[in-house]
Write a protein that binds this ligand. Structure first.
Ligand SMILES: [Zn+2]
Length: 289
């Protein structure tokens, strides 16, 4: 599932390639209930692309109207940019810079925006769980999807004292707090495991019993892990690819996520797993106290 580093990679790519372009048409094979009314998006110009937690925000303008396309990639959503060959009324066939997509990969693309310069922006989503919202910017910005989010994990506003206050106010395991988007936005299963391993904290410890210096070390691990993962363009264990179809490189350097029953790279003990909030935590029972 895309988390902050993967969404940040997509947003950086989109900023480089779609700003200033006009949306000419929309194709989709998603059921109507999963799609917003896209009538107003035709002819709109893309102004900026932003990120809040795991949400991608594409700001557009049309005449005097400010519009906002919000995409939450949920399990498997990610954008691809390329040239598409349009075959009659059938689904367009995409060709990325690296060449054509396989039939299987193409079958995962369920939403395509044709841009003014002939390029297209496609949303690949194998599981079709992405949340797609579109409308007047002022209305979309007030929706719970954005309003109920806590501060972004890499926002300069999330200072160490602010983080300390949030963590100690939540009465649940620390891993569950890190994954709670209303506490801190952007972290999911992968990076909560990585952050807690680096800070040597057991994921099952209840947040309010953590000492100040332990929360400080989680804060500094959060900043360094997320920045490193952004630099390495995310983790591609499942479907995540950048907009050119390339994999992220953090997965090869990961410390603990998905490594249960292998030796801990710090102390050599065997990595264990446990259920936290319905997700599987991987951790070292020896050096994470
Ligand atoms: Zn260890």
């Amino acid at each position: 599932m895309p988390e902050l580093p993967e969404v940040s990679t997509m947003v950086d790519d989109l900023r480089r390639s779609i700003i200033g372009k006009k949306i000419c048409s929309v194709w989709s094979d998603l059921p109507g209930k999963n799609l917003p009314d896209f009538r107003d998006i035709r002819g709109a110009t893309i102004k900026t692309v932003d990120r809040r937690g795991k949400n991608i925000l594409v700001y557009l303008s049309k005449g005097k109207e400010d519009l906002l396309l919000l995409v939450h990639p949920r399990m498997t959503g990610h954008f691809l940019i390329g040239k598409w060959v349009i075959a009659g009324r059938k689904k367009p066939e995409p060709v990325l810079k690296n060449g054509p997509l396989s039939e299987k990969t193409n079958s995962y693309i369920h939403l395509i925006f044709t841009l003014g310069d002939g390029e297209m922006l496609g949303l690949s989503d194998a599981r079709k769980f992405s949340k797609i919202i579109f409308g007047k910017a002022a209305r979309v910005e007030k929706l719970n999807e954005l309003n109920k989010l806590g501060p972004d994990a890499l926002s300069p506003k999330l200072t160490e004292p602010a983080f300390q206050k949030i963590i100690s106010s939540k009465n649940k395991p620390i891993k569950a707090v890190l994954m709670d988007q209303s506490a801190v936005a952007g972290i999911g299963n992968i990076y909560s495991d990585e952050i807690l391993w680096l800070s040597k904290i057991n994921p099952l410890r209840k947040a309010p019993v953590l000492k100040d210096e332990e929360i400080r070390s989680i804060y500094s691990a959060m900043c360094s892990i997320l920045k490193k993962a952004v630099r390495l363009r995310g983790t591609s264990f499942s479907d995540f690819r950048d907009t050119g179809g390339r994999k992220g490189k953090y997965g090869e350097r990961r410390l603990v996520y998905g490594l249960a029953s292998r030796p801990c790279v710090r102390c050599g003990s065997i990595i264990a797993k446990a259920k936290v909030s319905g997700r599987t935590a991987s951790f070292c029972p020896e050096c994470q106290k």
